[in-house]
Design a binder for this molecule. Structure first.
Ligand SMILES: Nc1ncnc2c1ncn2[C@@H]1O[C@H](COP(=O)(O)OP(=O)(O)OP(=O)(O)O)[C@@H](O)[C@H]1O
Ligand SMILES: O=P(O)(O)OC[C@H]1O[C@](O)(CO)[C@@H](O)[C@@H]1O
Length: 333
């Protein structure tokens, strides 16, 4: 262990349930090693403007169950410049910070890597995003809770879909990745799913969707039909897709955009445990002088992955789940 005295943490990009659990674990672990923790508010903005607070252990009691982040989050486009990174490095030195922990998604990891070119002390990333789109860790903090939230909403939509025997197109988050979409679709028993990793031809996907709805209804009569659609896949989203279905075919459909509810709520046990594990491990890695890495978990083993590897490689969807949904279940129930 090095003789570090003070480390810093910030949360950046889309907030994710479990970020607070992670901050708590960092503070409690640091306390164990007699290291104090400074928190920068509002992601990289706080780092640039030295908007900071000393996080005591009192401040992290009773936050493990809360969504959001006590440090607040932000997207800070100007952090990409050399000027900003130099300013951040000066700010860290002025405060006597020995290591920086960044909880966020791949954009935040780009930021951490960028900073590292100008500040030569440990910088460590912790994967915190509902999207689960970070290579090198089986799951990101917040992903499990987002699936539960989406699933709860889809179950409720199914009730009204069944009552009216309607088609529902349900848009889920994920930015450009289909992890939430696939998990929500499998766990809700959705009839069909449209994901960026699977559908690269929207017209073909549309034809297939219509054919499947029509065939299902020929066989079963009027019935509900649930389609989970990843955001950023269909131009204009599910509202435009529903309009196309309604106008070109005599099929009544309803669009639902689940939106930011997927980012909120009390973190699930899995997210709290993952956040706690990674928070504690990140402190240990920092104290050992490790830098330029993301801490993650693979097959229940803690791992360290170089920051560029986390965005240079594409994390695949579970191929067997894809097969189940698109091949085995591509039949009438
Ligand atoms: N190339 C880059 N260089 C420096 N900083 C960056 C870079 N890309 C992103 N950042 C910083 O990281 C912040 C967060 O990135 P982004 O908005 O992509 O969210 P994220 O961390 O990927 O999280 P999520 O995907 O969950 O929203 C940006 O606002 C910016 O401050
Ligand atoms: O809250 P904002 O800035 O609109 O960002 C929304 C995006 O952030 C996420 O919630 C997390 O990356 C994505 O799923 C979504 O595309």
């Amino acid at each position: 262990m090095t003789n570090m005295k003070r480390i810093a943490v910030l949360t950046s990009g889309g907030d994710a349930p479990g970020m607070n659990a992670c901050i708590r674990a960092i503070v409690l672990t640091a306390e164990h090693f007699n290291v104090s923790v400074i928190g920068f508010r509002h992601g990289y903005y706080g780092l640039l403007n030295s908007e900071h607070v000393e996080i005591s252990t009192d401040m992290v009691s009773n936050i493990i169950q809360n969504g959001g982040t006590i440090l607040h989050s932000a997207r800070c486009p100007e952090f990409k410049t050399e000027k900003a990174a130099l300013k951040a490095a000066n700010s860290l030195d002025a405060l006597g910070i020995d290591a920086l922990l960044v909880i966020g998604g791949d954009g935040s990891f780009h930021g951490a890597h960028h900073l590292q070119q100008y500040w030569h002390k440990p910088v460590i990333g912790l994967p915190g995003t509902i999207d689960n789109d970070i290579y090198g860790t089986d799951a990101t903090i917040g992903y499990f809770t987002a699936i539960e939230t989406a699933l709860d909403a889809i179950d409720k939509i199914r009730d009204t879909a069944d009552a009216f025997e309607r088609v529902f197109l349900i848009e889920v988050m994920g930015r450009h990745a289909g992890f939430i979409g696939l998990s929500a679709s499998i766990s809700s028993g959705a009839d069909q799913v449209l994901l960026p990793e699977i559908n690269n031809d929207n017209e073909a996907a549309f034809k297939n969707l219509v054919a499947r709805i029509e065939t299902t209804r020929e066989k079963k009569g009027q019935c509900s039909y649930i389609v989970v659609v990843a955001e950023n896949l269909w131009p204009g989203g599910v509202t435009a897709l529903a309009e196309k279905i309604n106008s070109e075919l005599s099929i009544e459909s309803r669009p639902v955009v689940l939106g930011h509810i997927q980012r909120g709520g009390s973190p699930s046990p899995q997210d709290r445990i993952l956040a706690t594990k990674l928070g504690a491990y990140a402190v240990e890695c920092a104290l050992q002088g490790k830098s330029g890495i993301m801490v993650g978990e693979q097959n229940q083993q803690l791992v360290e992955v170089s920051l560029p590897h986390t965005w240079q490689n594409q994390k695949p969807l579970d191929p067997y789940l894809v097969k189940i949904q698109t091949e085995f279940f591509d039949i009438l129930e």
